[in-house]
Design a binder for this molecule. Structure first.
Ligand code: GLC
Length: 384
């Protein structure tokens, strides 16, 4: 059995952390990887891990990652940042060694930095599980180059959440795999037939943050010929994004849009089950987009932004629609088309349900297991 410790710097229940939670459950259920979680911050994820009986250790600590990753930090700030990183990494390394871990899996770029020190200290390989596209549009060009290089220098294995994410990494001479973050097979929530054009309900699920593009949806709604009866924006603000929410609320009021802000939902499934149409409209290429699969699994007619992960999930006109990212006019046109045509919505929603079954968390766990076997040169044999 491979003992793997997954390292994260935040315990907020945002997309990457929820994907990790599901993955750890599935790895443990498969019985070939003894997966546990190591966090450097406390938060809601801790209870959710415990509820699922996933071993979790919180080893509180932080360092100024910006001092190391942004150009122009003064030498003193750089030195203080580096010292804090080495201290924390060393502490984590001791914990990881005490666990008898065979491999450490970093869940973010910050975790990669800490993990590099920790894995070295524990004398085990480091794997970088990449949830973000390491691209110039996301990180800025110098930082993207630096992170790619850092990954090359420190990680023996790479796990990407889509082909699109994998393309942003430097993989030569590295074990690398695409492991789509699958969804868990939950109870099929009953859904009403697609509503009449005058009654349509739209939902968008995602953290309220500018790059997820909730403002694009609001601007699209304002241009629509057939206004929907209700729009739910489901999502929390975790990383200092309250101003963005306030701005969205102002825009919705000014434009007189029927938008309700629900805040964060631990389980968005009931919102999808009650919606006719689900929208995804990130303005940057989405690394994967778990909400797209969740919406499809719930049988919604889905419109997503056609860049990154969603282009690997949706087959346009067959099981969903894609529109160019950041284009409210194109989104409004797609939504108008859907609202006006319940038959199209039904057809897309039905095909979407089937397509979502291709993205299971068991498949994710198997892909990750294969990579961990490669990196540790161990066979993940189930205990007798
Ligand atoms: C991050 C990405 C998102 C992906 C998730 C799980 O939150 O932004 O696209 O679905 O990680 O890998």
């Amino acid at each position: 059995m491979i003992r793997a410790v997954f390292l994260a710097h935040t315990a907020a229940p945002s997309g990457a952390e929820l994907a990790t939670l599901r993955l750890l459950s599935a790895l443990r259920a498969e019985g070939v990887v003894d997966a546990s979680m190591l966090l450097t911050a406390d938060g809601p994820l801790v209870d959710r891990l415990r509820t699922r009986a996933i071993p979790v250790t919180v080893c509180p600590g932080d360092f100024d990652s910006r001092s190391l990753t942004r150009a122009g930090s003064g030498p003193l700030r750089l030195l203080t940042g580096a010292v804090a990183l080495i201290r924390l990494g060393t502490r984590l390394g001791t914990t990881v060694r005490a666990h008898g871990a065979h491999v450490l899996v970093a869940q973010s770029t910050k975790a990669l930095l800490m993990g590099a020190v920790a894995a070295r200290r524990a004398g085990i390989p480091l794997v970088w599980q990449v949830h973000d596209r390491v691209s110039a549009e996301y990180f800025g060009s110098p930082l993207a180059v630096a992170l790619r290089l850092l990954g090359r220098l420190t990680a023996q294995g790479l796990i990407a959440n889509s082909r699109s994410t994998l393309h942003t990494l430097s993989t030569t001479g590295r074990a690398a795999v695409v492991a789509y973050p699958g969804v868990e097979a939950g109870p099929d929530l009953a859904r009403a037939p697609q509503r009449d054009s005058s009654q349509v309900r739209i939902v968008m699920v995602g953290r309220l943050t500018p790059w997820k593009g909730q403002d694009v949806l609001l601007r699209a709604l304002a241009r629509m010929r057939h206004r929907p009866a209700a729009v739910h924006l489901v999502g929390g603000t975790f990383f200092g994004e309250q101003d963005y929410r306030a701005e969205l609320e102002r825009t919705a009021t000014e434009l007189g849009l029927p938008v309700e802000f629900t805040g964060h939902a631990d389980d968005p499934a009931p919102y999808f089950a009650q919606a006719d149409i689900a929208v995804h409209c990130s303005v940057l290429a989405e690394p994967f987009g778990q909400v797209v699969v969740e919406a499809m699994g719930a049988g919604c007619a889905v419109v997503a932004a056609g860049a990154g992960g969603p282009t690997e999930i949706i087959r346009p006109e067959l099981d969903g629609l894609l529109t160019p990212p950041g284009d409210p006019g194109a989104l409004a046109a797609a939504l108008d088309r859907l609202v006006a045509d319940p038959v199209l919505r039904t057809r897309l929603g039905t095909a979407a349900r089937d397509r979502a079954r291709d993205f299971t968390i068991t498949a994710t766990a198997r892909a990750v297991t294969g990579l961990l076997e490669q990196v540790t040169a161990r066979k993940a044999v189930a205990p007798r």
